[in-house]
Design a binder for this molecule. Sequence first.
Ligand code: IPM
Ligand code: MN
Length: 382
Amino acid sequence: MQRTIAVLPGDGIGPEVMKEALRVLEVVADKFGHEFRINEGVAGGAAYEKYGAHLPQETLDVCKASDAILFGSVGGPINEMHLPKWVDCERNSILTLRKTFNFAVNLRPAKVYKGMEGICPLKAEVLEKGVDMLIVRELLGDAYFGRHERGERNGIRFAQDESEYTEDQVRTAAHAGFKAARLRGKRLTSVDKANVLTASRLWREVVKEVSSEYPDVQLEDMLVDNCAMQLIRDPGQFDVIVTSNMFGDILSDAAAALPGSLGLCASASMNDSGFGLYEPPGGSAQDIAGKGIANPIAQILSAALLLRYSFGLEQEARAIEDAVEAALKAGYRTSDIKRTTSDTKSKDEEKLVGTVEMTNAILVELEKLTASVKKKEAVAAK
Ligand code: IPM
Ligand code: MN
């Protein structure tokens, strides 16, 4: 297969972890006989320096000429946020990409890896069932894209963000949720605030209508405040969650705490033709940028999602995910996932590594995995 990937490394740790993800993609291409052409573009502060805009037309053109977008992260250091280079940087880059390419749904898996329970902030007994969920978030509606207004009435300042949903937007998200559930544990939790909000009542109504097309998937409605509590009290109960833009933003960050680090989380934003943007949701982490210690796993897993959802390369995606899991199992840890508890036995088995070494460990596992797949294929062919 021959495909072109738009690569937008962005700011902070973006370029360093992107470099590692590209190494992994190169090995996958080589092992499985594909050609991935890399089309690099600038975004965020990096783009502002060059073009005076966070998402210049040049970058949009690079994306339009590609089959998928691999995005790093954008945004500046906390103490420089007031500089024009960084003001509204995330909003201008990310929301423009979502709008331009009609990325209507966002998928964020959250999983506690076997043997990694120690870095999950929850107690061992809460994790007994295992935690492996997918959050499907609507991405183009709600207060994000409604009318924003600021003004003054009788000397009192006010601000307003309108939150609207059309039935089409809900239907798109619902279908994505049901389809994802069908490929997993066949359970879908639709999250809303239907006891108060009108848009949530429409949400619930439309999700129920769509459910008739998926009789094999079990649907449950849950209020968002309860869901926030359940994510901490009993996260193992969830398979797929589908929810609106704002609730999804908040709940997916809450769920991202479960694996133990944002450095282990990947995210996919898709439109209905399968074109997608893949990014780690962890941000540019300017405080650790350039030190060679950032965890490359989120970016590498984002590349795996790209192969799965935009290129339909399930086996290749799975190979990357399995290699990551094996490297973790072998004890490799970047500083964000190094255990700090008094569990000295397991601490001794952990090897603290930097960005490049972590990728090396993953590549070693990928090598082993693909060798065993090749062997099985050769046996089967005989
Ligand atoms: C995310 C981010 C974005 C969002 C911001 C940076 C605009 O938090 O992708 O979750 O709120 O959607
Ligand atoms: Mn967010």
